[in-house]
Design a protein around this ligand. Structure first.
Ligand code: FAQ
Length: 307
């Protein structure tokens, strides 16, 4: 098949499946994006895992545990989708450890208190859903199907966080202040999750042409902001952006400038927790080696028994 025919299939909204012919650049683009997405799910467990032992009630603890387990599952779906493109899980993890593969900038910020569990669920999962609902229609079949499953769980996560924020915002003045403080710290990093502005996004051209991304970074960011402002107002919290203002003409909120120096610093490895997150992943991966070996040996034994 030629690239021209491939593009026609994409334009006709036909899904591309693992054994179909695809341009090498399409395959590489997908491996990069899906693996970074998978790494984000797995590294994203760390800031929340930090609070499991200190959840304020058994109910809160069970919900948080279930959410974190879901993130591990999302990582597994995504690694599996990525493996269908002809790369192994070991190679993907190695790329993460070598600093060749990125993960979402947001997970390089610390979670300082229980209110941060609310803000992460509400804003980080909220931003992730907006992005992932759009990716349900991505052109690569296994990625698209993975997104459908992930989105179902992600909306529970967003509500888990919003419930924490709503409860704290309706609590004592100190609790309300904690919720506001978490929103103040996590707001800007969460809207940076959508990536650089469209004009500064080198990957968007091919991603949109190949329908890997269905909407641009700025379109998705705007959609997230438009949805979230009313949610903040409803629970009496203020989004920390003095330039945030409804624009009658565009039908969207205008908002202030993001600190792109901070964004690129964090993406390039110099955020508050980059080293901690990666070191922890390396340590956990090493400690889990015997489990992987045992699982492989068991699978091999089963194989021999069935021959
Ligand atoms: N962080 O040209 P673009 C979750 C990089 S899931 C780090 O615009 P693209 C669930 C980008 O990779 C969150 N790096 O790139 C959860 C590229 O570098 P490269 C993860 C970023 O790919 C919740 C360069 O900048 N979701 O949170 C970021 O077209 C709670 C130029 O950028 C996904 O991964 C960033 N924020 O657009 C889990 C969704 N933004 O690779 C646990 C799938 C950009 O050329 C707890 N991914 N970069 O070296 C996407 O939709 C896209 O890849 C974007 C970036 C939108 C992230």
């Amino acid at each position: 098949m030629t690239e021209e025919k491939f593009q026609k299939r994409i334009d006709a909204e036909q899904k591309i499946e693992p054994k179909d012919w695809m341009p090498d650049a399409y395959r590489k683009h997908l491996i990069r994006q899906i693996s970074q997405h998978a790494h984000s799910e797995v590294i994203g467990m760390q800031p929340e895992g930090n609070w499991v032992t200190r959840a304020p009630s058994l109910r809160a603890k069970m919900i948080l545990l279930a959410k974190i387990q879901d993130e591990a599952g999302h990582g597994l779906y995504l690694y599996s989708a990525c493996e269908t493109l002809g790369i192994s899980r070991d190679e993907l993890v190695q790329q993460l450890h070598d600093g060749k593969a990125k993960y979402s900038s947001i997970f390089n910020y610390p979670t300082l208190n229980w209110a941060d569990m609310g803000a992460v669920g509400w804003l980080v999962d909220g931003a992730a859903i907006v992005n992932q609902v759009s990716l349900q229609r991505t052109s690569y079949g296994p990625y698209s199907r993975g997104m459908v499953r992930i989105c179902k769980e992600e909306s529970f996560h967003q509500r888990q966080g919003y419930e924490i924020m709503a409860t704290m915002a309706a609590g004592t003045p100190e609790q309300k202040q904690m919720a506001q403080d978490a929103l103040n710290r996590i707001w800007w990093p969460s809207i940076m999750m959508f990536g650089p502005h469209d004009a500064d996004s080198p990957r968007s051209g091919n991603a949109l042409k190949w329908k890997i991304k269905r909407q641009t970074n700025d379109e998705l960011r705007q959609s997230f902001i438009d949805k979230t402002v009313a949610q903040a107002e409803l629970i009496g919290l203020t989004i920390p952006d003095p330039d945030l203002k409804w624009n009658e003409e565009t039908g969207h909120y205008d908002f202030g400038a993001m600190d792109w120096d901070e964004f690129w610093r964090v993406v390039k490895g110099d955020g508050p927790c980059n080293k901690q997150r990666l070191d922890h992943h390396k340590k956990a991966h090493k400690e889990g080696e015997w489990v992987r070996n045992a699982a492989k040996a068991y699978a091999k034994k089963q194989e021999l028994l069935t021959v």
